[in-house]
Write a protein that binds this ligand. Structure first.
Ligand code: HEC
Ligand code: HEC
Length: 236
């Protein structure tokens, strides 16, 4: 029912702004919304899960602030076309046009990347698991290091590789699992599918937990590699 209301208000542009709390929103998103016509209304449905500032506070829904424009646009198309499966996102985007989605991607891409670890207050990993997670991120074990593509600070490359900051462990693990089972696909060659398949189940869990808890340890930015260690169709 809630979904139906979202959908109706998206299509007919009748989303009510009453009761929308802007309290948690950043200065950047407020400024942008005030200068961008109908964007606030357009994003009313999205903000209940992703916030106007794109820094979702929910236990699963991902942060989307500051992810690259092309990456975000590609994900919206992926949901609309069924290359990425999630019933809420598939339904919400089913009838939205290319230009409309591109403008939404543009809005979120200009916001600052969230810097709050999503699970900072959750139970910490055991030290062995944390070492394994950190090794996977910075050195790699069977496959390449995550940082080789996502950057040493995990903020992505600003072009097609997304930031991993502010994502929950549950979401990161689910995405790696989705690549393995073909319920998430990116443009071929799909390097993330290869990366996900090179992780054991324990490694998958350790790396998801480490990123969600500890990315501040990896906060030193470094120039992003132009060459990725595996070819990525998304990174053309
Ligand atoms: C009911 C909650 C909910 C609503 C409303 C919602 N989303 Fe989502 N969104 C999610 C969840 C959950 C995911 C991750 C799903 C998955 O596992 O693929 C997601 C994923 C995304 C992604 C991919 C993020 C990434 O990092 O790859 C984008 C972009 C996005 N949503 C944009 C939007 C937009 C734009 C709207 C409004 C039209 C919207 N969402 C409405 C819950 C929601
Ligand atoms: C060879 C380059 C490369 C390597 C290595 C790599 N990634 Fe990625 N990653 C990508 C690209 C490209 C995307 C965007 C894919 C798309 O367009 O859907 C991505 C997307 C992701 C996403 C989706 C983010 C979101 O917001 O939905 C997650 C999670 C992720 N990577 C985790 C990891 C982890 C964990 C590692 C290390 C074990 C890793 N990646 C290593 C290139 C890489």
């Amino acid at each position: 029912m809630r979904l139906l209301v979202f959908l109706t208000c998206l299509i007919w542009g009748t989303c009510s702004l009453a009761g929308d709390s802007l309290a948690g929103d950043s200065f950047a998103s407020d400024n942008l919304l005030n200068n961008s016509g109908d964007m606030r209304q357009r994003l009313a449905a999205c903000s209940s899960c992703h916030e106007y500032a794109g820094d979702s506070q929910q236990s699963y829904a991902p942060s989307i602030a500051g992810k690259p424009l092309e990456y975000l646009n590609q994900q919206l198309l992926n949901y609309r076309e069924g290359r990425r499966l999630n019933s809420v996102m598939n339904t919400l985007l089913a009838y939205l046009g290319d230009d409309y989605l591109y403008e939404i991607a543009g809005y979120y891409s200009t916001l600052p990347v969230t810097d709050v670890p999503r699970n900072s207050s959750a139970v910490k990993q055991s030290s062995a698991e944390a070492i394994r997670g950190k090794t996977l991120v910075h050195s790699g074990i069977t496959g390449p290091a995550c940082s080789a593509c996502h950057g040493n600070d995990l903020r992505g490359d600003g072009v097609a590789i997304p930031s991993l900051r502010g994502l929950s462990a549950k979401y990161i693990a689910a995405q790696l699992g989705a690549w393995r089972t073909n319920t998430r696909r990116a443009r071929a060659p799909d390097c993330m599918k290869e990366v996900a398949n090179m992780l054991t189940n324990d490694e998958l869990s350790a790396v998801a937990q480490w990123i969600a808890h500890s990315f501040e340890e990896a906060a030193t930015p470094q120039p992003n590699n132009v060459e990725t260690p595996l070819p990525c169709g998304a990174h053309k």
